[in-house]
Design a protein around this ligand. Structure first.
Ligand SMILES: Cc1c2[nH]c(c1CCC(=O)O)Cc1[nH]c(c(CCC(=O)O)c1C)Cc1[nH]c(c(CCC(=O)O)c1C)Cc1[nH]c(c(C)c1CCC(=O)O)C2
Length: 346
């Protein structure tokens, strides 16, 4: 096993008691950092950055150097999977992702293939290898993928949406077609995560960003079976399951073979602990908007959160950090976490 200078997150995921809690932020690599924007502004756009391994590796490491987080997350996007399956995406400035081609019919579904990570996603794997080399054991590297329902939602809807009603309509109208697409996404995701692990990531997170749009019954039918396949297949490294807005899913995750469950800021910490059980680590869940507050408020709210979680906790926000957040506020949040256990031990 690789030796790290800082392996707090891996020890926490193994259930060990550590000297302090590990901290990282979803979307830590990105527009909050002027150093990121400097690299990004020289390129044609986000996709060029994602597909240029040397630069993707550089922006992956920036938050480790600048913010002092306890893990790096590989700079990429969940939408590289639809692309590898045959549906390329565009990233429209200030609007978000757009798919010129989507899946509307059985004929469309037949045309998409199971991704071959080595040939279709080699640029991500290369970025992981370069990142590992340049991190030089400072902190572990997180790999990730979108959860099947969230990826399906983009492949059918074709863009972001408040309701994802086209994608949800397919679940209700043609469930068998939906299941066949979800299975292909799942197969692609398992191959992709395994390829990331082989390239060097030390843990992985699944993002089910649109989980909260489904009813409990629909989530049981169209999300859980595929999450279970992924969790059962990923045996090499710890898995963090993050399903935004899915209150109902916390109790389902109790029986999922994952090391940790991510909470968003709307989820009560003690209630979540009850639902998820005592075995798993919890991750989260400060409201990203708290980082707009003044330092005293940030420190107080962060400390309260740290108390409420107790042990078995990876500190994070409840969702990705918003792009207009002042990096100094992020640093204040991280410093509060780092000094917390020290101050309570004295
Ligand atoms: C739903 C989703 C996407 N992508 C992702 C999710 C799941 C997490 C979540 O729920 O937020 C995941 C993601 N996207 C990105 C990362 C990088 C690693 C990290 O967390 O630091 C990760 C983990 C980079 C990115 N992905 C994107 C950016 C912004 C692009 C830019 O630099 O202009 C970054 C840094 C673009 C993206 N990509 C996506 C959207 C909706 C957008 C546009 C939103 C926006 O503009 O903020 C799809």
């Amino acid at each position: 096993m690789q030796q790290f200078k800082n392996d707090l997150i891996l020890r926490t995921l193994r259930g060990e008691v550590t000297e302090r809690k590990p901290v990282w932020l979803m979307r830590q690599a990105g527009r909050i950092l002027p150093e990121y924007r400097a690299i990004r502004s020289k390129l044609s756009g986000f996709i060029e950055l994602v597909t240029t391994p040397e630069l993707a590796a550089e922006v992956t490491i920036q938050p480790v150097d600048i913010l002092g987080v306890d893990a790096a997350i590989i700079f990429s996007d969940i939408l590289v999977i639809p692309e590898a399956m045959g549906l390329p995406y565009e990233m429209i400035e200030k609007k978000g992702p757009f798919f010129p081609k989507t899946i509307q019919s059985e004929a469309d579904a037949k045309k998409i293939k199971v991704a071959d990570p080595e040939s279709d996603l080699g640029y991500v794997l290369e970025a992981i290898r370069i990142t590992k080399k340049n991190l030089d054991g400072r902190v572990p590297l997180i790999g990730f993928a979108g959860a099947p329902w969230t990826i399906f939602a983009y492949m059918v809807e074709g863009s972001g949406s408040k309701t994802f009603s086209k994608a949800k309509a397919m679940l209700y109208r043609t469930p068998e077609l939906a299941h066949s697409i979800l299975q292909k996404i799942t197969d692609s995701t398992i191959l992709y995560l395994k390829a990331q692990i082989k390239a060097g990531v030390n843990l992985v997170q699944l993002f089910d960003s649109w989980a909260g749009l489904l009813s409990p019954e629909t989530y049981q039918a169209f999300a859980m079976p595929y999450l279970k396949q992924i969790a059962d297949a990923i045996t090499e490294v710890p898995l963090i399951m993050f399903a935004k807005g899915a209150f109902f899913a916390r109790e389902y995750f109790k029986d999922l073979d994952c090391a940790a469950v991510g909470l968003d800021w709307t989820m009560d910490i003690q209630e979540s602990r009850r639902l998820v059980g005592t075995n798993k680590v919890l991750q989260g869940n400060l409201d990203p908007c708290l980082l707009y507050a003044n330092n005293e408020v940030i420190i107080k709210e962060t400390q309260e959160m740290l108390h409420k979680f107790g042990d078995k906790h990876i500190v994070n926000l409840g969702h990705g950090v918003y792009p207009d957040t002042n990096p100094e506020k992020v640093k204040r949040f991280i410093e509060t976490v780092k000094s917390f256990e020290l101050s309570t031990k004295e």
